[in-house]
Design a protein around this ligand. Structure first.
Ligand code: SF4
Length: 302
């Protein structure tokens, strides 16, 4: 792993191209959603900018390039695996000091590894985060990741990027595993969603979408903004990864939710998707029902 040089301290945050899974007649067997609003980068970029880091957002969904990277047979049907968006090879791996990829779904692993290997090809460290690397860090370390972030809340970010940019020490690391398999356990309290810095208008605009899942979205509700108003869950269903994040259930106050939504509105959003871990989970806590009503009433008046 190369610690970044002084002259370039930009952190490149890359949104993965989309997966397209097609049968021989071109029928879509996944759900191609190139233009959905982007939430994880919205939270991450805002947090890094608030920490004084220079960021560059590259949205690899935003194009029509298509490349085949494999095939799979499912129920006797041969499906082709393509990635769609922008050609990964057009990203200059030397253009940022550090790279950062988020992978929340296992079926994106192969695309993530193509991108990871390309970004790492000039020696710049590639940080991976999201649900899939948290579940299986070894897979990503084996494929060239310099760091796997294992703190879902964002508390790992500032010490990690300070270290990678040569401005902080290893001793401050928390909630990460490095390529040499040294694990820095979470030593900080998870960040509370209330502490996530609000996005700038510019960041919110870059993260607007025009699609949500496959169904047609009413024209007058476009573009679509996004919010992540709570994180984690206090239940323990044995098939679910969410409790393993170790964050417990943490929710934004109604006031913070409405501040975030107002930024989406100012950025031009005509609707918003809440990609909450458990929005209605708040009703099991005292005052939670009133919070939901306050949020929904505030949103209606906006
Ligand atoms: S997020 Fe849902 S499935 Fe997961 S532990 Fe909580 S209640 Fe269960």
């Amino acid at each position: 792993m190369t610690i970044a040089q002084e002259k370039n301290s930009t952190i490149g945050l890359v949104e993965l191209p989309q997966l397209k899974l097609s049968d021989p007649d071109g029928n879509d067997y996944y759900s191609l959603r190139k233009y959905e609003p982007i939430i994880s980068k919205q939270v991450l970029i805002s947090h890094l900018q608030a920490g004084g880091f220079q960021t560059k957002f590259i949205n690899l969904r935003d194009g029509d390039y298509e490349e085949n990277y494999g095939r799979i047979t499912w129920r006797g049907i041969e499906l082709t695996k393509n990635y769609v968006g922008i050609d990964i090879k057009t990203v200059d791996p030397a253009s940022c000091a550090v790279w950062c990829i988020t992978i929340n779904f296992t079926l994106y692993r192969e695309i993530a590894v193509i991108l990871l290997k390309h970004l790492a090809s000039k020696g710049r460290p590639v940080v991976v985060g999201g649900s899939d690397p948290i579940a299986d860090p070894e897979f990503y370390l084996r494929n060239g990741a310099a760091v796997v972030v294992q703190d879902k809340s964002g508390a790992a970010n500032w010490p990690l990027f300070n270290y990678l940019l040569g401005k902080g020490s290893k001793e401050e690391l928390t909630g990460v595993t490095l390529a040499d398999r040294t694990q820095y356990r979470k030593s900080k309290k998870p960040l509370h969603p209330e502490e996530w810095p609000l996005p700038s208008l510019d960041v919110a605009k870059q993260c607007l979408g025009n699609q949500y899942w496959m169904d047609p979205f009413p024209e007058h509700l476009l573009p679509i903004g996004s919010i992540f108003p709570d994180m984690g869950c206090d239940r323990h269903c044995d098939f679910c990864q969410t409790p393993t994040y170790g964050t417990g259930y943490r929710r934004m106050s109604p006031q913070r939710v409405l501040e975030w939504l107002d930024i989406q509105r100012q950025a031009g959003a005509k609707s918003v998707v809440s990609v909450s871990d458990q929005f209605l989970g708040r009703v099991i806590f005292p005052g939670g029902r009133e919070e939901v009503l306050e949020i929904m009433n505030g949103l209606r008046e906006m």
